[in-house]
Design a protein around this ligand. Structure first.
Ligand SMILES: Nc1ncnc2c1ncn2[C@@H]1O[C@H](COP(=O)(O)OP(=O)(O)O)[C@@H](O)[C@H]1O
Ligand SMILES: CC(=O)OP(=O)(O)O
Ligand SMILES: [Mg+2]
Length: 396
């Protein structure tokens, strides 16, 4: 029996679970949401108790400190001596890592060197790794990469139509992200359907602050919407998603921005925030869309891009059997799911809007006569992380 801590730093959140393995028993779990916004939400659940705090949390460092203080306050820190392994979500693994890896100095240095492959994430991931290594020097430390699941993409899918030498010289290619989540919900989705994933053409929609779409065929990742970095693909909370690259230079020149400032606009000032001008959080937009034209426009654009990718990937796979919604928006926003599904009626998708409003962690939303089975599956990246930590510890 081993106690494992799984740490998942997202762009707007920090999530963790303390899990007893191999029983997969969750001892404590919690999250900090809305990092960098006002009224950040901290929740901690243990022994049937729930703690909730609302306060402004500016960055991941503050989030980790708050988490550690709270664990201490509720005497959960004593369990730290029992923690044998800590698993960290790391967004970019480049071509160095195609599976989870024990973190030694060399691996940590590589994770830090991959910062330009995931500028909002890898530095925060590396910071989390160092904090926990100091706190628990004897625990095995493991990195679980978002990019690993997408290593099955074939060259025709992962290359950009740039001069080929940029791929060989600089690793300029699509890596894809959110792989741990896409992998988890794809397998759970197939189980809910009572089917073998290998026999299904499936699209998984991970719609959180970062958002991505994955096409899954023959049980593996076939194509995915994020790219060299998590900036590509869907419109996101603060990221543009796909944009004509010529516009970047056009705007940069006129606004007199440095490269770094321009990247900051694309990563942190765009997306739902950029269009709505009021918030990057879908909850805030839903609250005011009836009276705020910009909030309504941002939501319309968000839905449109999801619909576009579903069509694109269905065409690439030559059909679609199953569609899965997950992550913050995918799991919690029945409005967004409803609007996406209404626009997919042309595919023969039918669903009951009342069923769609239910809050179960796992559910089939589509009607039995629907040509595509539509599901909502709550993701669990932390469980996948804990499983990989356990596996690597067993191999040691
Ligand atoms: N009840 C809700 N309705 C609509 N959107 C929600 C709801 N709850 C959370 N969200 C959205 O989910 C996003 C966070 O998703 P999450 O997957 O936790 O993000 P990340 O892991 O990328 O930080 C928030 O930005 C918010 O827009
Ligand atoms: C890769 C990525 O965008 O992650 P997140 O959604 O957690 O920001
Ligand atoms: Mg996330």
């Amino acid at each position: 029996m081993a106690m494992i801590m799984a740490v998942n730093a997202g762009s707007s959140s920090l999530k963790f679970q303390l899990i007893e393995m191999p029983a997969e028993k969750v001892i404590a779990k919690g999250q900090v949401e809305r990092i960098g916004l006002t009224d950040s939400i901290f929740t901690l659940k243990f022994n049937g108790e729930k703690v909730e705090l609302i306060q402004d949390i500016n960055d991941h460092e503050q989030a980790i400190n708050l988490l550690l203080n709270q664990l201490q306050e509720h005497n959960l820190i004593e369990q730290f001596n029992d923690i044998k392994g800590v698993g960290h979500r790391v967004v970019a693994g480049g071509e160095w890592f195609n599976k989870s890896h024990i973190i030694d100095e060399d691996a940590l240095e590589k994770i830090e060197r991959l910062a330009s492959y995931a500028p909002l994430h890898n530095p925060a991931n590396a910071m989390g790794i160092r904090v926990f290594q100091e706190l628990l020097p004897d625990a095995v430390s493991v990195a679980v990469f978002d990019t690993a699941f997408h290593q099955t993409l074939t060259r025709d899918k992962y290359l950009y139509a740039l001069p080929y030498e940029y791929y060989t010289k600089y690793g300029a290619r699509k890596y894809g992200m959110h792989g741990t989540s896409h992998r988890y919900v794809a397998h759970r989705g197939a189980e809910v359907m009572g089917r073998d994933l290998k026999d299904l053409k499936m699209i998984t929609l991970h719609l959180g602050a970062g958002a991505s779409v994955t096409a899954i065929k023959d049980g593996v990742s076939f194509d995915t919407s994020m790219g060299f970095t998590p900036l590509a693909g869907l419109m996101m909370a603060t990221r543009t998603g796909d944009v004509d690259p010529s516009l970047v230079y056009y705007i940069q020149e006129r606004e007199g921005l440095t490269n770094e400032q321009m990247l900051n606009v694309l990563n942190k000032k765009s997306g739902l925030l950029g269009i709505s001008t009021i918030s990057s959080d879908m909850r805030d937009l839903q609250d005011v869309e009836a009276t705020n034209e910009h909030a309504a426009l941002a939501m319309k654009m968000f839905v449109n891009r999801v619909v576009r990718y579903v069509g694109e990937y269905t065409a690439e796979m030559g059909g679609l059997d199953a569609l899965v919604f997950t992550a913050g928006i995918g799991e919690n926003s029945s409005i967004i799911r409803e609007r996406v599904l209404e626009q997919l009626a042309y595919m023969g998708i039918t669903f009951d809007p009342e069923v769609n409003k239910r809050r179960d962690d796992e559910m089939i939303i589509s009607n039995p006569d629907s040509k595509v089975t539509v599901m909502k599956i709550a993701t669990n990246e932390e469980l996948m992380i804990a499983r990989d930590v356990q596996e690597l510890m067993n191999e040691q």
